[in-house]
Design a protein around this ligand. Structure first.
Ligand SMILES: [Cu+2]
Length: 461
């Protein structure tokens, strides 16, 4: 077993990419090419001691002839992409407002000494997806900002896309799937059973190395060293005790998202408890008296620590499924029994970035089943954005939202999951093949160097 599979008891056999995937490659390569062709390419100009440098923002790059002589520098920023972007200048407060498609802004950087300065888009996920660039300030009097007006790749600035390379990279990322990486997150936590039946778990917040995609090892913020943290699964009516230890360099807590607890157990420092200081600990104790599909994460400093990897699944009772009903003409047999019950934790920011269960394609786990099998799956969105999750060929029956079983389950092929939401679905793998499964915000699934992020596949044998 070489792949980080959350599913158990199934072997994965390497497969060639099915027709669906080839079709997806074609579409995404085309979209990538169109986006890449939108670069501006005009160089800087110097007038009256002030250099104006044109900067073009698009998905996901910052381009232009990013060089100017020392002195006063103004950036002429334009959003030539299709999403909102901004531009921030490293180490200062200089930042444009959020620029919508087609918007422009002049950003005055003041006097700059020779050196290299970093430019980034601060919209979550964009810098990690490639929106970082270096502004080079040369000695005053040295030639800078003298690119030809037509900008035809005079400085190798990459304004002319290398389409052949893009095609090559695209195929290479598919060929690498499923890629082996170090570490598997979301492993089932085994409790100690105390005398009164309480289930006791140990959860330690700590920094750890985490391989998000092959060769990309980040400094993650974790529970017990993995992303996601350990999965807590208990029965309805169970009392749990969680011994929380904080080995982070800053205060923390654990909020039990979607779980009803007594006031002092909600994990919202400093309101329901004191912050747990570095080296400190706290004991959470509560009873899960109904079925839950919940998640846990820090509340304190959540905007930084959650995207960086601090989240886990907590469930009480069985995953909600539908049996013996016909919905919109599609029958779900009375004896249906999913062979897999998968968590699908979404993230899109911080050091973990666009990912499924803490891994980015091609390191995401394939869902391997036999023809005719049913699968149940629960999405948990721990990210900062909504993600429309699209499964090819097999309609998803939405059975529960935030753990509450639906009176009227419904079929979708694309399910939008907003931050904080959980949706439980089930689907039947009715056809053999490798069927791609991905977020349908296309740049959450593909970048110029190939497929990445929120992509995996259902492999039906
Ligand atoms: Cu997405």
């Amino acid at each position: 077993m070489t792949t980080p599979t959350p599913q158990r008891g199934k072997s994965f056999m390497p497969v060639s990419i099915g027709l669906g995937a080839v079709y997806l490659i074609a579409i995404l390569a085309l979209v990538g090419a169109v986006l890449a062709a939108s670069g501006d390419g005009k160089g800087g100009s110097t007038a009256g001691g002030t250099s104006t440098v044109k900067v073009s923002l698009s998905e996901f790059k910052i381009s232009g002839n990013l060089t100017a002589p020392a002195g006063k520098v103004v950036l002429d920023v334009s959003n030539d992409g299709s999403m909102d972007h901004n531009l921030a200048f490293e180490g200062t407060k200089a930042i444009t407002k959020t620029l919508s498609k087609g918007a422009t802004e002049l950003l005055d950087l003041g006097e700059l000494a020779p050196g290299e300065y970093e430019l980034t888009c601060t919209i979550p996920g964009h810098a990690d997806s490639g929106m970082k660039a270096t502004l080079t300030i040369t000695e005053a009097g040295a030639s800078g900002g003298d690119a030809p007006a037509d900008g035809m790749a005079a400085h190798g600035g990459g304004d002319t896309p290398d389409y052949a390379k893009m095609d090559e990279d695209m195929l290479a990322t598919f060929a690498a799937f499923p890629a082996k990486t170090e570490g598997v997150g979301g492993q089932l936590a085994v409790p100690r059973i105390l005398e009164d039946g309480t289930k006791e778990f140990d959860i330690t917040a700590k920094l750890a190395k985490w391989e998000v995609e092959p060769g990309v090892v980040v400094d993650a913020w974790t529970y017990n060293g993995t992303v996601p943290g350990p999965t807590i699964k208990v029965d309805i009516g169970d009392k749990i005790r969680v011994n929380f230890k904080n080995e982070l360099p800053l205060n923390s807590d654990i909020h039990w998202h979607g779980i009803e607890t007594p006031f002092g157990m909600d994990g919202v420092a400093p309101i329901t408890q004191d912050p747990v200081k570095p080296g400190g600990d706290f004991t959470y104790e509560f009873t899960l008296d109904r079925a839950y599909q919940g998640m846990y994460h820090p509340h304190l400093h959540g905007q930084m620590t959650v995207p960086n990897g601090m989240w886990g699944v907590i469930q009480a009772g069985p995953t909600p499924i539908v049996q013996g009903r016909t919905i919109a003409g599609r029958e779900v047999p009375a004896d249906v029994k999913p062979v897999l019950d998968l968590p699908m934790v979404l993230n899109d920011a911080g050091v973990i970035g666009l990912s499924l269960n803490g891994k980015s394609f091609p390191a995401t786990a394939p869902i391997v089943v036999n023809e005719g099998d049913w699968v149940s799956m629960t999405y948990y969105n721990e990210g900062l954005l909504a993600h429309p999750m699209h499964l090819h060929q097999f309609p998803q029956l939405v059975t529960a939202r935030d753990g509450f079983p639906l009176d009227s389950p419904f079929w979708v092929d694309t399910l939008n999951v907003a931050p904080g939401e959980r949706y439980t679905v089930m689907f039947q793998a009715t056809k053999k093949g490798t069927w791609v499964f991905h977020c349908h915000i296309l740049n959450h699934a593909e970048r110029e160097t190939g497929m990445f992020g929120m992509v995996t596949a259902v492999v039906v044998q």
